[in-house]
Design a protein around this ligand. Structure first.
Ligand code: 5GP
Length: 126
């Protein structure tokens, strides 16, 4: 069910609970700014989610409210995860769903990293 990508932030969203360690996840990377873990319902051979540690609903929320340090830390973490997963050489896709039209289901900003096979062009069916 798509959600709003706008504040207020819901402290009980599933990624907030994963960040607090209340729900297990298959972690692939963690630093001060970000946590990365395997998607529970992978859509490609590699499907990893990277989430900022701060409480942000969407890119609009994050880009407007996060500090420069948080933004840099999160973006660097996404790059490190892609590299660590061995996606740079074969290539991969980054995707982030925002709000109802984006099909966002979890109201905590996250970037999907897909890889492990050729992924086709842009939006399927478009
Ligand atoms: P969205 O549509 O919000 O961009 O995607 C949310 C993603 O979170 C989906 O790909 C979904 O499979 C994943 N997801 C939902 N619940 C869980 C969970 O409890 N653990 C993990 N690892 N992924 C989840």
């Amino acid at each position: 069910m798509p959600v709003s990508g706008l504040p207020p932030y819901d402290d009980n969203n599933i990624f907030a609970r994963i960040l607090r360690g209340e729900i297990p996840s298959k972690k692939v990377y963690e630093d001060e700014w970000a946590l990365a873990f395997h998607d529970i319902n992978p859509q490609a051979p590699v499907h990893v989610l990277v989430v900022p540690k701060g409480k942000y609903c969407s890119f609009a929320d994050f880009s407007a409210q996060a500090s420069a340090e948080e933004i840099a830390g999160f973006i660097r973490a996404v790059g490190k995860v892609a590299n660590q997963l061995g996606l740079e050489a074969p290539g991969y896709r980054m995707l982030s769903n925002m709000g109802a039209h984006g099909g966002q289901e979890v109201p905590h900003l996250h970037i999907h990293l897909f890889g492990g096979r050729p992924l086709g062009r842009m939006i399927p069916g478009a």
